[in-house]
Design a protein around this ligand. Structure first.
Ligand code: URA
Length: 234
C-alpha cells in the first residue's frame, strides 16, 4: 500500500478476499484490531497502521529512513543494467526503499532513502522549498557576479522555467556552497553552465536541518535517529 490513506474495510476485503459486507460484520464484532485497539467502521489507515484480524497479522510495516554518503560512480536508481545502484550498497532488507531526491552519477554526498512515500514527497516537492546545500568545485575561478545571477534565478528554456532564487557563497577561488530550494535535472551543472564553468565535483552536505554524518565513508549508510526524522518534518 502507498502511504496515502485508505479505508480499513476496503483494505481488509482486498487482503483477505472477504466481501465488504462480511468485513463490516467482522468490524462490528470487534474482531479487527488497529495498533492493538478494536477497530471502528470507516476507519482510515495508512501503510504503517498495524492491522490484525482474528489474531492474524494483515499488515505490520515499520517506516525506514536511511542516510547514505553516496559515492561518485554509483547511480541513484533502484535498478540499472550498467551501473551499480545505491540499493546495491544497502543490506538486502532495504531492497524495497526508494530515493528521496536523487544525485547524479558523478555527484556525491547526502542521499536519503525510505519506504515512506509521503515523507519523501514532502522533502522533494518544489512547493515545500526545503533547502539542499551543495559544495561545488569548479574548473574556473568564481566571481561575485555568480551570486547575483543565482539569486535572480536562471531561465531554463527547455522546461520554460526560471529557477527559484538560489544562494551562492564563495568559499575559495574554485569552491562555492550553493543552496537550492528545488531539484531540477542537472540543476547546479546547468546553472554554472550559464558561466561556461564546468563543475568538477558536486557534494551534497545537507537537506533541510539534516547534515551528512561525517563519520560515514563514501558508500556507507545508517538509519536516521527519531530526532533526525522529526527535524525533517518541519
Ligand atoms: N545538481 C546537479 O547538477 N547534480 C546533482 O546531482 C544535484 C544537483
Amino acid at each position: 500500500m502507498e502511504s496515502k490513506k485508505a479505508r480499513l474495510d476496503r483494505f481488509i476485503s482486498i487482503k483477505t478476499g472477504i466481501n465488504r459486507r462480511d468485513v463490516r460484520q467482522l468490524l462490528a464484532q470487534k474482531r479487527v484490531f488497529i495498533n492493538g485497539q478494536p477497530a471502528t467502521t470507516n476507519q482510515v489507515i495508512d501503510q504503517f497502521t498495524q492491522i490484525e484480524c482474528d489474531g492474524k497479522c494483515l499488515q505490520n510495516n515499520k517506516p525506514i529512513y536511511i542516510m547514505m554518503n553516496k559515492p561518485v560512480g554509483v547511480i541513484s536508481a533502484t535498478k540499472d543494467n550498467q551501473h551499480k545502484t545505491v540499493i546495491d550498497l544497502l543490506q538486502p532488507q532495504y531492497a524495497d526503499l526508494h530515493i528521496a531526491g536523487r544525485l547524479d552519477l558523478n555527484s556525491s554526498g547526502l542521499l536519503l532513502l525510505t519506504n515512506h512515500g509521503e515523507w519523501s514527497r514532502n522533502l522533494t516537492s518544489p512547493n515545500k522549498k526545503v533547502n539542499k546545500v551543495y559544495k561545488v568545485t569548479l574548473e574556473k575561478p568564481l566571481t561575485k557576479e555568480y551570486a547575483e545571477v543565482f539569486a535572480k534565478g536562471i531561465f531554463f528554456p527547455y522546461e520554460n522555467i526560471t529557477t527559484l532564487p538560489a544562494q551562492l557563497e564563495i568559499i575559495s577561488e574554485h569552491v562555492a556552497e550553493v543552496t537550492l530550494k528545488e531539484g531540477r535535472y542537472h540543476q547546479i551543472k546547468r546553472m554554472f553552465g550559464r558561466f561556461r564553468n564546468p563543475v568538477l565535483k558536486l557534494h551534497r552536505v545537507s537537506i533541510g536541518a539534516l547534515a551528512l554524518d561525517e563519520s560515514l565513508k563514501p558508500g556507507e549508510s545508517r538509519e536516521l535517529t527519531a530526532q533526525e526524522v522529526q527535524s525533517l518534518n518541519h
